[in-house]
Design a protein around this ligand. Structure first.
Ligand SMILES: CC(C)(COP(=O)(O)OP(=O)(O)OC[C@H]1O[C@@H](n2cnc3c(N)ncnc32)[C@H](O)[C@@H]1OP(=O)(O)O)[C@@H](O)C(=O)NCCC(=O)NCCS
Length: 177
């Protein structure tokens, strides 16, 4: 679980929402790739009831990390879950908090009620980071305008993701729904 002292990972509650928005904004300020909209995407998905899973990492009573999971389609196929945004406060990065959030989300989707018949995870992100959790690119798994190596999947079974990865409308991508 990394080098955190008393890190706790739990589902978000209503009172966490302002702190989650602040931490996402702060984390993405220094990110290599940011639209500046990441906090609003989470607010939009929450308002639409589209946050399949929203986990926070709490250290010393403070929310320092967050991961959002939403249902996504790959081509015409439902049953995939999209990771993102994933954010850790800059001062807390490099201590395993992002990894702990990702692993907790994988565990929850595999075994918890949020997952159900989940086919697995898909995302747009850094191969060097997400590769450590088993994510990889797949021929035919695409998002228009995004380099193929940054579009990745982590299937739970034998079914592989194949087709355009359709994000929730809150992401503001110009994709067919
Ligand atoms: C990416 C992020 C969530 C990782 O959280 P974290 O708690 O620092 O991650 P961990 O401590 O579990 O892992 C640290 C490792 O991730 C690597 N890492 C961090 N950012 C990375 C990036 N942009 N690309 C590749 N690797 C990255 C670190 O180099 C470190 O590698 P090491 O274990 O080989 O030393 C965090 O850096 C963050 O919030 N970044 C800004 C927002 C962002 O870019 N989110 C991801 C969107 S895809």
């Amino acid at each position: 679980m990394g080098r955190g002292t008393d890190m706790q990972i739990r589902k978000e509650t209503a009172r966490d929402c302002p702190a989650i928005s602040r931490l996402i904004a702060e984390a993405f300020l220094s990110a290599q790739h940011s639209t500046g909209r990441e906090a609003d995407i989470v607010i939009g998905m929450r308002a639409a009831g589209a946050l399949a899973l929203s986990l926070v990492a709490e250290e010393e009573g403070r929310i320092v990390g967050h991961i959002a999971i939403s249902e996504a389609r790959v081509g015409e196929e439902a049953g995939w879950f999209l990771v993102g945004p994933l954010a850790v406060l800059p001062a807390w990065q490099g201590r395993g908090i992002g990894s702990a959030l990702m692993k907790a989300a994988i565990e929850e989707l595999k075994t918890g009620e949020a997952g159900g018949q989940s086919l697995g995870f898909v995302l747009v992100g850094y191969p060097d980071y997400y590769g450590r959790f088993g994510f990889r690119s797949f021929a035919g798994l695409t998002v228009a305008g995004v380099p193929a190596e940054n579009v990745m999947g982590l299937p739970f079974g034998t079914r592989e993701p194949m087709g355009e990865l359709i994000h929730h409308p809150a992401f503001g991508l110009d994709q067919k729904e």
